[in-house]
Design a protein around this ligand. Structure first.
Ligand SMILES: Nc1ncnc2c1ncn2[C@@H]1O[C@H](COP(=O)(O)OP(=O)(O)OP(=O)(O)O)[C@@H](O)[C@H]1O
Ligand SMILES: [Mg+2]
Length: 194
């Protein structure tokens, strides 16, 4: 079976952009979970209020396993809930992280509405995607990359290093925005109503 790389992270951390560059470089199959769910109608409902699509995991997970089994090329599965693929199919999990201030900028550019920006920044500060990955996969398979002051190409180069087994320093557990923001004196800015 081919190599399967999961790329997770809060919206705006760059999953889609980075995955598309990576897929070209390694001649891999790029699976964008949100797109797949919409295209193949693998959802339970569309929550209009929160502007989110609720995926139907009973349909989506078997479909992903089918895709994984159907190719010999490397596969990149990306999405903010990418920890749904069973561990036995996964080789590497990469969580993209971004400083909350930079994330705010990127989400504004992506025209997310204010409440959605806030919800996502808070999730990034608390490390929700890392938490979900740790709850699902052996921590030895999980890496985190801080994309804040990297270009998408630089992030891809790091992922290639990790794939080659030379990315020990990126093992999960070193990025903690709570501590960073507390030191900067900006923590409450992201949590209390302004
Ligand atoms: N170092 C970087 N890595 C990735 N993206 C970056 C970087 N610097 C700036 N960006 C910008 O951040 C945005 C990231 O958007 P992208 O759609 O790839 O994120 P995403 O994680 O896929 O979000 P979503 O979960 O909403 O699909 C892009 O507009 C990109 O140009
Ligand atoms: Mg995306």
């Amino acid at each position: 079976m081919s190599k399967v790389i999961v790329i997770s992270g809060t919206p705006g951390t760059g999953k889609t952009l980075v995955s598309s560059i990576l897929a070209k470089k390694i001649n891999g199959l790029h699976v964008n979970l949100s797109e797949l769910v919409l295209k193949e109608k693998l959802y339970k409902e569309i929550d209009k209020e929160r502007e989110t699509v609720v995926a139907d995991l009973r349909k989506l997970v078997p479909r992903l396993i089918e895709i994984i089994k159907s190719t010999n090329s490397p596969i990149i599965i990306e999405g903010h809930y990418a920890e749904i693929v069973p561990e036995s199919f996964i080789d590497i999990v990469i969580i993209l992280r971004t400083h909350p201030k930079e994330l705010e900028k990127r989400l504004k550019e992506k025209k997310f509405k204010e409440s959605k920006i806030r919800e996502n920044i808070q999730a990034e500060i608390l490390g929700v995607c890392s938490y979900n990955a740790l709850n699902t996969y052996n921590k030895e398979k999980i890496y985190e990359i801080d994309t804040t002051s990297k270009t998408p190409d630089e992030t891809v180069e790091l992922i290639l290093k990790i794939i080659e087994g030379k990315g020990n320093e990126y093992k999960i557990g070193k990025i903690d925005w709570l501590t960073v923001l507390e030191k900067e004196g900006t923590l409450s800015e992201f949590f209390r109503e302004r």
